[in-house]
Design a protein around this ligand. Structure first.
Ligand SMILES: [Cu+2]
Length: 124
């Protein structure tokens, strides 16, 4: 009896929690992309200007070995999401769900994108 009660409760919580947890399980993609990039040690650029991923959930993690604060962000096709800005030794992460197309990844710290801290993320 006790175990049955707990099970019923767990189901109720899962349902009450909304579609998020349920839909994440239902649409989990084995191809969820995890991309790693790095800020340059001294210049306003990343170690790459071109990234590729399969459509779906895409996570970009940027390490920051420089003395300047940096972050990673993704923009395009209605998506615009920034990772947190981190100091030297930190990592900034952004996770977005993307359709096929071209997006821009960039550093959202003032002036950095314009100075060259950006690249193209091609989603197929
Ligand atoms: Cu930056």
């Amino acid at each position: 009896m006790r175990a049955r009660k707990v099970t019923a409760m767990a189901v109720a919580v899962a349902v009450a929690g909304g579609g998020l947890a349920v839909s994440q399980i239902a649409t989990a993609r084995p191809t969820a992309a995890k991309l790693r990039i790095s800020a340059d040690k001294s210049k306003l650029k990343f170690n790459t200007s071109a990234l590729k991923a399969k459509h779906g959930k895409v996570t970009i993690t940027m390490s920051n070995p420089s003395g300047l604060p940096h972050a990673v962000a993704v923009e395009g096709k209605g998506v615009d999401k920034d990772g947190k800005t981190v100091q030297k030794g930190g990592t900034s992460t952004v996770t977005v769900t993307l359709k096929k197309g071209k997006y821009t990844f960039y550093c959202p710290v003032d002036g950095h994108r314009k100075a060259g801290m950006r690249g193209t993320l091609t989603v197929t």
